[in-house]
Design a protein around this ligand. Structure first.
Ligand code: GAR
Length: 222
């Protein structure tokens, strides 16, 4: 990986994960540069966060395109121009076409608020509560054409408490998200993380199962 890897972050909303990554670039943990933030929704807080950090903030409003294919083409074109080393999906709530995902094979990450393969798709916190799960959490994975189905790199677990609501559980998971996403981007930019076939490798060690986040792990491999 080049000394400073070129990062593009795709968002649809608040961008708190984007902020965690901006902060980690800012304090030197991530040896990279966020060359653009792209949102498919206009006026979201994540775009403000980008502007405040001096990062080009691009809006590609999906409702302004004739159809899904036209939006997908515009996004692909934008990404080709930006030429990122890594595309980071951070609360980006659009399904990407297979061609685009394959174009960035091994160079696109997503964060999903569940312990994958549990609860792909939406309403993950509600589903964990409804099922009475003792543990819930978040996963960071390489993106493949299968929705929320790519190889998982790391997960952080959250104990579900009896008084958790959908909102408080989401908030507790989000705190974990802000720990693990910058860490994974850091590894990638340091050239320590890559995808070989379907297997992520960290420091040349195949991750047969996802890493489990803990502060000890962060001290050991962070
Ligand atoms: C995060 O909880 C992220 O895991 C989730 O959206 C939220 C975005 O928050 N992503 C997905 O559900 C993707 N399927 P943020 O905009 O504050 O980072």
């Amino acid at each position: 990986m080049a000394m400073r890897c070129r990062l593009v972050v795709l968002i649809s909303g608040s961008g708190s994960n984007l902020q965690a990554i901006i902060d980690a670039v800012g304090d030197g943990r991530i040896p990279g540069e966020i060359v653009a933030v792209i949102s498919n929704r206009p006026g979201v807080k994540g775009l403000e966060r980008a502007k405040k950090a001096g990062i080009p903030a691009i809006t590609l409003d999906h409702t302004g395109y004739a159809d899904r294919a036209a939006f997908d083409r515009a996004l692909q074109q934008q990404l080709e121009t930006l030429d990122p080393d890594l595309v980071i999906l951070a609360g980006f709530m659009r399904i990407l076409p297979e061609s685009l995902v394959n174009r960035f094979h091994g160079k696109m990450l997503n964060i999903h608020p569940s312990l994958l393969p549990k609860y792909r798709g939406l309403h993950t916190h509600r589903r964990a509560l409804e099922n009475g799960d003792a543990q819930h959490g978040v996963s960071v994975h390489f993106v493949t054409p299968e929705l929320d189905g790519g190889p998982v790199i790391i997960q952080a677990h959250v104990d579900v408490a009896p008084d958790h609501t959908e909102e408080t559980l989401a908030a507790d998971v989000l705190k974990r998200e802000h720990r693990i996403y910058p860490l994974v981007v850091q590894w990638y930019c340091q050239g320590r993380l890559r995808l070989e076939g379907d297997t992520p490798l960290l420091d040349d060690q195949p991750l047969e199962s996802p890493l489990r986040y803990s502060e000890k792990l962060e001290r050991r491999v962070g």
